[in-house]
Design a protein around this ligand. Structure first.
Ligand SMILES: Cc1cc2nc3c(=O)[nH]c(=O)nc-3n(C[C@H](O)[C@H](O)[C@H](O)COP(=O)(O)O)c2cc1C
Length: 191
């Protein structure tokens, strides 16, 4: 099979999506959508993520040093797409009737309808041109009890259906195209 060389890009390398939850200076929750997220090892599992530009999520993480990352599932895709396309600088962003809970170990907002939420403590901020790489300790994993059932991993993954993204499109756990960035949010109605 022949190969072609391309400039840096990551199409055909699907990424898992998370909603980062933070509190602003007034204690109001803010959520944004993120895919530049992976794992590290430092005696225990940790997280690395990259946040570009200036955005409320980054300001809040810098100030509080803690945040949550809730897994995006097909059920959550409409609101996730909305939270990734509307800036937290819009005072009405969070007026969409989200079911918001709290972490069990850290004082962070989480998405109650997500089956898995990481409670993260940011330990290192690495400043790059136009972005910040953040290394985190995983202080808790808050997981739906239903994921402790006797079903196979395959059955449980099929049931929760995490969404993947690549090529500026969302894909279902089974590989179906769920629309381009900015499309699923059309189902979200502001309250
Ligand atoms: C599919 C998708 C993935 C995204 N991933 C990232 C990411 O990994 N890093 C980042 O800095 N912004 C990412 N964004 C943009 C943020 O979600 C967006 O800036 C959002 O407004 C952040 O929330 P905030 O403004 O409330 O802080 C992504 C947006 C979309 C639609």
């Amino acid at each position: 099979m022949g190969k072609i060389s391309l400039k840096p890009y990551n199409d055909y390398c699907p990424q898992t999506l998370f909603l980062y939850g933070t509190y602003d200076e007034q204690g109001n929750p803010d959520f944004g959508l993120f895919c530049w997220f992976s794992y590290t090892w430092d005696k225990e599992m940790g997280v690395m993520c990259c946040i570009g530009g200036n955005k409320p999520t980054k300001d809040n993480i810098r100030r509080n040093k803690i945040f949550s990352a809730s897994l995006v599932t097909e059920e959550l895709l409409g609101i996730a797409d909305y939270l990734g396309n509307v800036s937290g600088t819009d005072p009405d962003k969070m007026k969409i009737g989200l079911d918001i809970g709290k972490g069990a170990v850290l004082d962070v907002p989480i998405i109650n309808d997500s089956p898995v939420a990481f409670e993260l403590e940011a330990t290192d901020f690495i400043e790059k041109e136009g972005s910040t790489v953040i290394l985190c300790k995983m202080r808790n994993v808050l997981q739906d009890e239903s994921l402790s059932s006797d079903e196979s991993f395959e059955q449980k993954l099929m049931r929760i259906a995490p969404v993947k993204t690549t090529c500026k499109h969302y894909f279902s756990y089974q590989g179906k195209d769920l629309g381009g960035w900015g499309e699923p949010m059309r189902s979200v109605i502001k309250k």
